[in-house]
Design a protein around this ligand. Sequence first.
Ligand SMILES: Nc1nc2c(c(=O)[nH]1)N[C@H]1C(S)=C(S)[C@@H](COP(=O)(O)O)O[C@H]1N2
Ligand SMILES: [Mo]
Length: 319
Amino acid sequence: MSKLRIPHIASSEITPETVWLSRRKWLQQAGLGAAALGAGTLLPAWAMADSRATLPSQPNPQYWLSNKLTPEKDVSSYNNFYEFGTGKTDPVNYAGSLQTRPWTVSIEGEVARPRSFDIDDLLKLAPMEERIYRLRCVEAWSMVIPWSGYALATLLKQVEPTSKAKYVEFVTTVQPKAMPALNDQILDWPYVEALRIDEAMHPLTMLVFGVYGKLLPNQNGAPMRVAIPWKYGFKSGKSIVKIRLLEKMPLTSWVKAAPREYGFYANVNPNVPHPRWSQATERRIGDGIFSPRADTLMFNGYGDQVASLYTGMDLRENY
Ligand SMILES: Nc1nc2c(c(=O)[nH]1)N[C@H]1C(S)=C(S)[C@@H](COP(=O)(O)O)O[C@H]1N2
Ligand SMILES: [Mo]
């Protein structure tokens, strides 16, 4: 199979976002310029083949955006899933071998009724809703995506969190045979993310099983991931196998890897730059390379719904 790779600077200090910026620079210097940055352009044709099952879901007009949707081919071919590599097309090229059945999700920790769920039971736990959310990556690009799923709170209520449950941790799958980049030492695996309990119970926080009316492609986090639309994309863990309710704030993967750059909260905030680049604007994937960058919105545009969760908190300190 064809493997299109772009060279990047190898260095032990380099962090993944630097690799990405270097890639951009390399493309510019190589004279490929902006055209080569279009998400779909590097894709081999076979990657577009579509064998996913449909997932009927009811559009939920409460969670709708008027923005133009990011084309499905970009949603499924321009991804971050570092277990498969740091290149944007590594996930679509390599995630095909991820085993997504059988799949169980265990919920444990500070809950009255710990238990495991089979993924096929989770698909039937509540009516499937289709919601359009913007996903804003910390790398300053964004997509507008129709996800299928339901509120995470629906699942958490089933296991009855105790009064000690202050945080919800998501542990994602590790499949050494399927994941070629586990030895890259960019992050410690499994990829772990977490939310405060009130963030996790917020109706916007979505358990996702499908996209564009079909089951999730592996590269988007099959068979189940979360989507937390007011936070940078790295908070939305993919291919979740375990959910733990905890009394203490867990150490999440990106905070562990680079605490000065990635905070626990990671609320989208145009006023707090990443230490190495601005977060004031974003490039909308799929909008065409000549369209202007968009202004990034506080809480990714979801401030009316979530700002009250952070009353009294200094969002510069808690980035
Ligand atoms: N397990 C796992 N989940 C992950 C990541 C990852 O590398 N591994 N990347 C995160 C980042 S940085 C982003 S921006 C989103 C991207 O989701 P998408 O590829 O479906 O758009 O997934 C997040 N979830
Ligand atoms: Mo991201």
